[in-house]
Design a protein around this ligand. Structure first.
Ligand code: MRU
Length: 385
């Protein structure tokens, strides 16, 4: 049964993808014209790997809102570098920090990264370092967060795979994932995707089921791209095909990332995650969340308190074509698929209650069952919280 499903829509190394150079998701650069933050423009993937160069915080805010740079851990790193950019270029650091922290509301990592770099800047100013020294301190904070996230990613992959192997002895894991959680969202190889990638490298991944992730197709465009580049056995499905996949017994575990984990263990992640958790519970399949401790927000008491970003209805009433080189259409132009004037409900995230989460895997440890007390203990192990 599994192979039938896989064969009907399998892509392991699509030949139509261009030979892809390795452009990092984010990098700080210092050309003669002045320091810049260089992003891999994720709106152009998988058709084109192009760089987006930000010379100031407003450009970065725009890149965050349009999802050129996205995913919780990477948003934190970008936010921290954004503060450094404002500082190095002599802009108002507090104003830049507020604009960056408010660019998207749900991923707590964004505000975390921004405030961490801002605090480093302020501390340096207070210590008499001067504006130049303080800008250097903000940049050092951003670089430190970048490096920490890479290390966290490696640790989460190891802990996540150990958990999978424990829950599902015998290997041959068939993992369903949603949205994009790989190297495109991280200083390292990501969160949930990094676990699947490690399983692939160690020969225990039988199949990665990739939800396309409507409406912006982070699964189809980005996770499939990362899976193809890594030569993983993966199959793309529409989000609404997940139910029949569970019913056919084709899913051994669900692995997702998180944008914010509230103090009670509620998990905000890309819209469509909660229905997967419900399906997983009904079908007795582990539902595992993989996220760095920086995604845990003790200041948000519960799921109902998490602000869920509502995005433009155009993302639902129109199909955008970001894959311009493949389609031949201009990027960003929406093709209407609903009658003009149709209203759309377009939350970017949903919230899964802790009782539906089998485990939360962080770089500091695995929490299962998910409880408020357990989260406090986990966070206490990290110097971040
Ligand atoms: O709207 P996006 O693309 O920024 O949403 C990203 C997600 O929902 C990811 O699953 C989440 O940030 C976890 S990434 C490790």
């Amino acid at each position: 049964m599994a192979d039938q499903y896989a064969q009907s829509s399998e892509h392991t190394r699509p030949t139509e993808l261009p030979a892809i150079p390795a452009i990092p998701a984010i990098r700080w650069d210092e050309p003669p014209e002045g320091p810049v933050l260089v992003l891999l423009d994720q709106t152009r993937l998988p058709g084109e790997e192009s760089e987006l160069v930000c010379t100031d915080a407003p450009a970065l805010v725009d890149a965050i809102r349009t999802l050129a740079v996205r995913g919780a851990p990477l948003l934190g790193i970008a936010g921290a570098y954004g503060v450094a950019l404002a500082a190095v270029r002599g802009f108002d650091v507090d104003e830049a920090a507020d604009a960056l922290a408010g660019a998207r509301p749900t991923a707590v990592n964004l505000a975390y990264g921004v405030r961490r770099a801002q605090a480093a800047y302020r501390t340096a100013i207070a210590g008499g370092d001067g504006v130049g020294g303080a800008a250097g301190a903000a940049l050092a904070a951003a670089r430190a967060l970048h490096a920490e996230d890479a290390r966290a990613s490696t640790e989460m992959a190891a802990r996540g795979l150990a958990l999978l192997d424990e829950l599902l002895p015998g290997g041959g894991h068939r993992i369903l994932t949603h949205c994009n959680t790989g190297a495109l969202v991280s200083g390292g190889e990501g969160t949930a995707f990094a676990v699947a990638l490690k399983a692939h490298r160690e020969g225990s991944l039988r199949r990665l089921w990739v939800d396309e992730t409507r409406p912006l197709l982070q699964g189809a465009r980005l996770t499939a791209y990362e899976a193809a580049r890594n030569e993983m056995a993966y199959t793309l499905l529409t989000d609404n095909a997940a139910g029949s996949l569970f019913a056919a017994g084709e899913v051994d575990a669900v692995l997702i990332g998180a944008d914010r984990i509230a103090a009670d263990g509620s998990v905000a992640n890309k819209v469509g995650s909660y229905p997967l958790a419900v399906l997983a519970r009904y079908h007795h399949v582990p539902f595992i969340v993989v996220a760095p401790v920086t995604t845990v927000d003790p200041a948000t008491p519960d799921g109902a308190s998490i602000e869920v970003e509502l995005r433009s209805g155009h993302e639902v009433t129109e199909v955008t074509v970001p894959y311009a080189p493949m389609t031949g259409r201009d990027a960003g132009g929406g093709i209407p698929v609903a009658p003009l004037g149709t209203q759309a409900y377009n939350p970017a995230f949903d919230v899964t209650p802790p009782e539906l989460v089998t485990a939360i895997v962080t770089e500091e440890g695995v929490l299962s069952p998910v409880t408020a007390e357990g989260l406090v203990e986990l966070c206490a192990r990290s110097r971040q919280v």
